[in-house]
Ligand binder design. Structure first.
Ligand code: AP5
Length: 250
């Protein structure tokens, strides 16, 4: 792992862990939510935006996947049930997600800001997040909604490879690692996510339409929604995002 890369230990392992590199507190930290269907490129953009804006990349999917690789005794029955649902592409129940995020509340209050990826994913989760942020007096800067046709989404998911160690994301043809199945950033082994099977992709897209798409209206009403096209290279999309955020915060 490179020195400047935030290891997100407090987020991934829980509040008792300390991040090796903590984001520097800044006057007006970016506090962003990334919305968009599975596979649109939220994780890829979060990593690029972290490099550009400094805020920490907080993915709920990464927390669940990290917990899965921990000792069985450390896993609660609710967590084990959550892993089963993830395998099939279904959403984890709100109660489990919210408990996990509440335990990591300090990451939301971090002086370097945050980029939430995969949370909130239901209107119930979005309302809980609003309550927490209002209580802490830390409003969101914006909610980026990435848009892409379904055919491109399926192609991105089918070719995705993820680093088992640092969670960096690659694609077999669009963003191949320098050495096959080895992470460019940390040398970790790349794996094909279980929920990237065609049957699970279909269920995830359905869950997105039913539970997550209504969040667009929720955040539009709060005047926080920033639509961004997710076509083109990751760097082009990142540049587009930064411009759209600049317009939003003018
Ligand atoms: P999560 O891990 O959040 O997955 P997701 O939302 O389905 O999103 P993905 O990680 O699949 O895609 P992405 O948009 O980040 O795309 P990526 O950058 O990787 O959640 C997994 C599961 O956990 C859920 O199904 C649920 O069960 C559970 N869960 C998590 N949070 C939850 C919550 N809050 N509530 C309930 N359940 C929850 O890119 C995809 C691929 O495309 C990569 O290979 C990448 O290299 C490639 N790519 C990216 N950008 C481009 C580009 N511009 N051009 C070409 N290829 C590109």
């Amino acid at each position: 792992m490179t020195e400047d890369k935030n290891d997100r230990a407090a987020w991934l392992q829980g509040p008792s862990a300390r991040c090796k590199v903590e984001p520097k507190p800044v006057a007006n930290p970016w506090r962003l939510v990334l919305l968009g269907p599975p596979g649109v490129g939220k994780g890829t953009q979060a990593a690029l935006l972290h490099a550009r804006l400094g805020a920490c990349h907080l993915s709920t999917g990464d927390v669940f996947r990290a917990a899965r690789h921990r000792n069985d005794c450390d896993q609660t029955p609710a967590m084990r049930a959550a892993f089963e649902r993830m395998r099939f592409g279904e959403l984890v129940p709100d109660a489990t997600v919210l408990e996990m995020v509440r335990e990591r509340r300090a990451c939301l209050c971090c002086g370097g800001g945050f980029i939430l990826d995969g949370f909130p994913r239901t209107v119930g989760q979005a309302k809980s997040l609003e309550e927490v942020l209002q209580k802490e007096g830390i409003p969101l800067t914006g909610v980026i909604n990435y848009e892409l046709p379904v055919s491109e989404i399926v192609a991105r998911l089918s070719g995705r490879r993820t680093c088992a160690f640092c969670k960096a994301v690659f694609h077999v043809s669009e963003r191949p690692p320098r050495v096959a199945d080895v992470c460019d950033d940390c040398g970790g082994k790349l794996f094909h996510r279980e929920d990237d099977r065609p049957e699970a992709i279909e269920i995830r897209l359905q869950a997105y339409d039913e539970s997550t798409a209504p969040l667009m209206e929720f955040y539009r009403t709060l005047d926080l929604l920033v639509p961004v096209s997710a076509t083109g290279s990751p760097e082009e999309i990142c540049a587009r995002t930064v411009i759209a955020l600049g317009e939003k915060t003018k």
